[in-house]
Design a binder for this molecule. Structure first.
Ligand code: GBH
Length: 449
């Protein structure tokens, strides 16, 4: 048996996002978001599931904060629903929406839990999508007004701010692959969305500084780690492009103010090109205080121009274990992502803003949820974080995804990521075995392996 210790003050947290847990979709003046629409579009979401009720956290947040306290986490990552704050995206501010998040934040602080607030976790007001959504540059200004409203409402209470969750999903997954709202399939649209989201990020960081908001601001991109099948140049390049698409297209401009040149050229061959206006790249590269890293999976692949993706990359099934959602389990990929960030971009403080696993274990006859596989997944990934720290990567904290089972986007309620089990009939929360395991980790700040 060995003990792997984490640094003093390391943050152990858990994460959720507004649309996935809140419900109360028409209450207190909330406007509709692109996800409300998407859920009602036949064939888009598993069994037509929607976020109308979700985990009903809008009404149950006080009990849920008690569960967080019991879990022993020192920070909770959540997102604010733009359609609660400005229901049509650009018009009147809704005081009831602000009140909800004030109450939530006060409740967290009263229990000694530091909030980490994400401004945008995918629930764009539908009224803005009707005018082109993120592909329309005007959305940037509307976002800034929304951000300013939230900054001012919670300044001094919230110390950790993230602008965007997973810009790759907002752009490519939603507008090129079409699997997420608004469900479009156009490369140029996706590149425009990516660019406008990045500009909005940069402008929000500037605004944060100008307003003198207390605390730290960053962004939470999703990362994956792709390895080449062989050392052959073409495999190495294909894996780099695929990884570059997921990671570097966002990380490099945010960290250095430049798009990765190799990918710009590749996109041009495919007929896509970012529409960069003067000053954009400087804005995008505005200095941030921390990077949030979401990591779940990765893989191995090779160059195959016929059957590969738009980058000529084709994944090779390596027979690795997968979680119940079908994603490879690749813990060392997290170490690779973290050390790559340090190598390429230097010593920025990092929070793992999401890491977790989908396992659909149900309660046994005794009511207990034995999710040993989730414990193994978490343990393996947390160990890779420890390795990265010992290698000099400045990781400040780790938030597991998710505090509770919730609306898993296109998979609806069919996929469970929580360390709390949610019974969607009764809204009862049941502590899974992983909840108890995570509590011990948060309390000890070390792991026994
Ligand atoms: C996050 O996205 C989201 O931030 C969160 O809201 C969500 O609930 C959570 O993760 C769980 O999904 O099909 O093998 O090629 C995760 C981003 C992008 C990670 C797609 C996995 C596909 C893997 N995901 N990626 S694979």
């Amino acid at each position: 048996m060995a003990i792997v210790q984490f640094p003093k003050g390391f943050v152990w947290g858990a994460a959720t996002a507004a649309f996935q847990v809140e419900g109360a979709y028409r209450e207190d003046g909330r406007g509709l978001s692109i996800w409300d629409t998407f859920c009602r579009t036949p064939g888009k979401v598993w069994e037509g599931d929607n976020g109308d009720v979700a985990c009903d956290m809008y009404h149950r947040y006080k009990d849920d904060v008690k569960l967080m306290k019991d879990l022993g986490i020192t920070s909770y990552r959540f997102s604010v629903a733009w359609p609660r704050i400005i229901p049509d995206g650009s018009g009147e501010i809704n005081p009831k929406g602000i009140e909800f998040y004030r109450n939530l934040v006060d409740e967290l602080l009263a229990h000694g839990i530091e909030p980490m607030l994400t401004l945008y976790h995918w629930d764009l007001p539908q009224a803005l999508q009707d005018r082109g959504g993120w592909a329309n540059r005007e959305t940037i200004d509307h976002f800034l007004k929304y951000a300013e409203t939230v900054f001012k409402a919670l300044d001094g209470k919230v110390k950790l701010w993230a602008t965007f969750n997973e810009p790759w999903c907002i752009s490519f997954l939603s507008n090129y692959i079409g699997a997420h709202a608004p469900g479009l399939r156009d490369l140029q649209t996706a590149i425009d969305v990516a660019h406008n989201v990045l500009v909005a990020h940069g402008k929000t960081v500037r605004l944060f500084r100008e307003l003198g908001i207390k605390g730290e601001i960053g962004i939470a991109p999703n990362t994956e780690w792709m390895e080449p099948f062989s050392d052959r140049e073409e495999d190495v390049e294909a894996a780099w492009r695929r990884r570059g698409w997921l990671n570097e297209w966002f990380l490099r401009p945010v960290m250095t103010g430049q798009y990765p040149e190799k990918l710009v050229q590749w996109f041009e061959k495919l007929g896509g090109k970012p529409k960069i206006e003067p000053g954009d790249m400087e804005l995008i590269g505005s200095k941030i205080d921390f990077l949030g890293i979401n990591y779940y999976t990765g893989g191995i692949g090779r160059y195959n121009p016929e059957e590969g993706d738009i980058f000529g990359f084709q994944e090779v099934p390596m027979g690795w274990e997968k979680t119940d959602i079908g994603w490879n389990i690749y813990p060392q990929g997290l170490y690779n992502v973290l050390t790559y960030i340090k190598r390429e971009f230097g010593d920025i403080p990092i929070y793992i803003t999401e890491n977790g696993a989908c396992y659909n274990d149900e309660p046994g006859a005794d009511g207990r949820v034995r999710d040993q596989r989730r414990i193994e997944y978490l343990k393996k990934h947390v160990l890779q974080v420890a390795r990265a720290i010992e290698s000099g990567v400045n990781v400040k904290g780790y938030y597991t995804w998710s505090l509770m089972d919730n609306f898993e986007w296109a998979y609806g309620y069919s996929m469970r990521f929580g360390i709390l089990y949610v019974d969607y009939e009764t809204q009862q929360r049941i502590k899974k075995d992983s909840f108890r395991w995570y509590r011990k980790l948060a309390r000890n700040n070390y792991i026994e392996v």
